[in-house]
Design a protein around this ligand. Structure first.
Ligand SMILES: N[C@@H](CCC(=O)N[C@@H](CS)C(=O)NCC(=O)O)C(=O)O
Length: 229
């Protein structure tokens, strides 16, 4: 049994979708980010960075893993699935996973901060992150033109990138003209494990694939409090 400490965000969905895909039994522990629970001393013992997600593998002496990419690799290795075992295949998946960890995630995260959460609209900062996200989306689109998935068979690289890119409307980044990316977004969305994983720890109002502006304002107010911690 695995404990999953999470909240309804892209990094959280990376872990919950992976657990669902692998069919591993897990218990959800909701971390209320707006209330600052990610900074509680007990939680910091599991995740020194004070963020979600974290897993605790109770079958392995309560072994804790933080950082969503490290969690995905740990779970894939535990089961021998979603990450090839040959050196080149494994490297390809890890390259596209790192592309998400070092590029898509941080850039979309900053786009959200400047486009959605900052009370002041600093247009050059918004433009900078929107431009960089669009550039990264184009890299994915080019890759997906000749490949059904990012790195061979469907893998943790697809789960990681998909969990973020699906929120492109929230980040304000257009996907017009990126037909291969849109094909892949739809294809991954159809997977039953993905549909379950994105409802963990609970279903969000319309903030991801559709953005309802009233819900968006409410959410942005709460998210602003996190920027001060
Ligand atoms: N590099 C970390 C980033 C985790 C992260 O930024 N999580 C966000 C939610 S998507 C969070 O916990 N935010 C709370 C905060 O900023 O206090 C990972 O991939 O696990």
């Amino acid at each position: 049994m695995i404990d999953l400490y999470t909240a309804p965000t892209p990094n959280g969905w990376k872990a919950s979708i992976t657990l669902e895909e692998l069919g591993l039994p897990y218990e959800v522990r909701v971390v209320n980010l707006m209330a600052g629970e990610q900074k509680n001393p007990d939680y910091l013992k599991l995740n020194p960075n004070g963020r979600i997600p974290t897993i605790v593998d109770r079958d392995e002496g309560d072994f804790a893993v933080f950082e969503s990419g490290a969690i995905m690799i740990y779970l894939a290795e535990k089961t021998g699935r979603l990450l090839p075992q040959d050196r080149k295949g494994r490297s390809r998946v890890i390259q596209w996973l790192m592309f998400q960890m070092g590029g898509i995630g941080p850039m979309m995260g900053q786009a959200n901060v400047f486009f959605r959460y900052f009370p002041e609209k600093i247009q050059p900062a918004i433009d900078r992150y929107h431009h960089e996200c669009r550039r990264l989306f184009e890299v994915l689109d080019t890759r997906l033109a000749d490949n059904e998935f990012l790195a061979g068979d469907y893998s943790i690289a697809d789960i990681a990138n998909w969990s973020w890119v699906r929120t492109y409307k929230w980040s304000g980044v257009p996907v017009d003209g990126l037909d291969h990316l849109r094909r892949w977004l739809d294809q991954v969305r159809q997977r039953p494990a993905v549909q379950k994983g994105i409802e963990v720890p609970f279903k969000l109002p319309n903030l991801t694939e559709d953005v309802n502006e009233k819900d968006a304002d409410e959410f942005a107010k709460g998210a602003r409090t996190m920027l001060q911690r």
